[in-house]
Design a protein around this ligand. Structure first.
Ligand SMILES: N[C@@H](CCC(=O)N[C@@H](CS)C(=O)NCC(=O)O)C(=O)O
Length: 83
């Protein structure tokens, strides 16, 4: 399975929604918290081009945020990307 990495914040409903979808698929992932860590959020922003959480990578591919993850699922592309 491709490694999945998410930058998240504890009080972010979009983050929990993204994690729920991955959990429903039995996907394991690494989470990086930006809470109280402006340097980590800045690093995420530099890499993602967006300051909102979650920011999600599957392997080397930057998926984007929660909406983007669900869009891939709706398009039937997510499972292939996770392989
Ligand atoms: N459309 C985005 C929405 C993400 C979003 O708005 N996240 C909030 C936290 S739940 C956020 O990062 N807000 C800006 C901020 O905290 O600086 C997605 O689907 O990921």
């Amino acid at each position: 399975m491709a490694p999945v990495t998410l930058y998240i914040s504890a009080y972010c409903p979009f983050c929990h929604q993204a994690l729920r979808l991955l959990d429903s698929k039995g996907v394991s992932y690494q989470t990086i918290s930006v809470d109280g860590r402006s340097d980590v959020r800045q690093d995420m922003t530099n890499k993602a081009g967006s300051h909102t959480v979650p920011q999600i990578w599957i392997g080397d591919t930057h998926v984007g945020g929660c909406d983007d993850l669900y869009a891939l699922e709706s398009e039937g592309r997510l499972n292939d990307m996770l392989k």
